[in-house]
Design a protein around this ligand. Structure first.
Ligand SMILES: Cc1cc2nc3c(=O)[nH]c(=O)nc-3n(C[C@H](O)[C@H](O)[C@H](O)COP(=O)(O)OP(=O)(O)OC[C@H]3O[C@@H](n4cnc5c(N)ncnc54)[C@H](O)[C@@H]3O)c2cc1C
Ligand code: SF4
Length: 333
């Protein structure tokens, strides 16, 4: 690991002013915030990230979970994943979020990992994490060995000819289904970004993963008012039962009145280059009887544009079954 300066900014303004001196907030940033450190320190040890300055934001007052005036929830950027998953309002009103977080990593990691850090965790693509290999995300223009190489874990939705890396987060998939909003404060002021617009598709610029600019500090995330009577399920399929990233996962928030689905919010994990909301599956469900045949149709719609790689075609059927089963679990819960 290269040497770096470790700074504890006195307040939010100082943190933003120092971070704004970075040339980028994306790959290659020379100033980085650090929260739990469970992503950043790993990548620094691998020389994938080499910031000259690391700004510890743990003393900033961003660690509260609070009800909002409209009945929603405000989650501070440095709230630990374990505190969020076990918060009584999350367990009661947003159980899909609790389930998703508890399906990720390990208890020790969740005790350190934060809300903002989880939003910004990087892909587990092995070439990205190995500086001896080319990788367009790490070194633009160097190539993507995953396309002809080890791609079993990688994405089948939202890929480009330049990058097929999957987004590894569980929490973000639930937040996509809950229509969370990410609140950012930067040198030019504050702004609110819907989660669907926060992460970017790789396209021609896979090194650019989010809309963040130099100096941008995630301050908190808000969740809208919970939908009365909605059923929540997060189902994660993986190679082993714990401490493993998703091959496919599904976050389902669904409301059924009588026999019919009246509202559905669906997101998929493990298969997309970003947390993958599926308006196609939602449209296929709303107004239809809540039964297995229609759940399967929704899953077919969600995966219609899937583009498999040499080793991961199995993910198409796996993701369809994952979503179908998650919907079944939701309506029978
Ligand atoms: C072995 C292992 C297994 C794991 N398994 C899973 C899993 O199954 N599912 C899953 O979802 N995750 C998994 N994770 C990932 C884990 O959830 C993330 O590492 C964690 O959420 C990152 O949070 P952090 O606070 O530690 O981030 P940090 O490492 O502190 O930061 C990560 C990034 O976010 C930036 N950052 C942090 N806070 C802010 C802020 N407020 N504003 C702007 N930028 C900020 C940092 O600069 C850095 O670039 C695993 C991690 C490990 C090491
Ligand atoms: S899939 Fe993306 S992260 Fe992986 S090697 Fe290709 S460019 Fe790099």
């Amino acid at each position: 690991m290269k040497t770096f300066e470790f700074i504890r900014p006195a307040d939010r303004a100082a943190a933003i002013a120092t971070a704004s001196q970075s040339k980028t907030a994306q790959q290659g940033a020379n100033v980085r915030f650090i929260a739990g450190g469970t992503t950043l320190m790993d990548l620094m040890k691998l020389n994938v990230e080499a910031p000259a300055r690391v700004l510890d934001i743990n003393r900033l007052p961003l660690d509260k979970i609070e009800a909002t005036g409209d009945g929603g929830l405000k989650i501070g950027a440095t709230v630990r994943n374990s505190d969020l998953a076990n918060h009584e309002k999350v367990l009661r009103d947003y159980p899909v979020l609790s389930q998703a977080i508890l399906n990720g990593a390990s208890a020790q990691l969740r005790n350190m990992a934060t809300t903002a850090g989880n939003l910004l965790q990087r892909t587990r693509c092995m070439y990205f994490r190995d500086t001896a290999m080319p990788c367009n995300k790490r070194e633009p223009g160097s190539g993507c060995p995953a396309i002809t190489g080890a791609n079993r874990m990688l994405a089948i939705l939202g890929t480009s000819e330049h990058c097929i890396a999957s987004n590894p987060s569980d929490m973000c998939v639930a937040m996509a289904a809950l229509e969370a909003t990410i609140h950012v404060q930067g040198p030019k002021g504050s702004r609110a970004v819907p989660i669907g617009e926060f992460h970017l598709l790789p396209g021609n610029t896979p090194a650019r993963e989010t809309v963040l600019e130099p100096g941008d500090l995630i301050t908190h995330v808000t969740l809208p008012t919970p939908v009365a009577g909605s059923k929540h399920v997060y189902l994660k399929l993986r190679d082993r039962a714990s401490y493993e990233f998703a091959l496919a996962s599904a976050a389902v928030v669904i409301t059924v009145a009588g026999q019919n689905v009246t509202r559905a919010r669906i997101a998929l994990g493990g298969v997309g280059t970003k947390p993958w909301r599926s308006p196609e599956a939602e449209a296929a469900l709303v107004g239809q009887p809540a039964n297995g045949a229609n759940f399967r149709k929704a899953a077919e719609a969600a995966l219609r544009n899937a583009k498999p790689q040499s080793e991961n075609a199995f993910k198409i059927e796996l993701a369809k079954r994952c979503l179908t089963h998650a919907l079944q679990m939701a309506v029978t819960s």
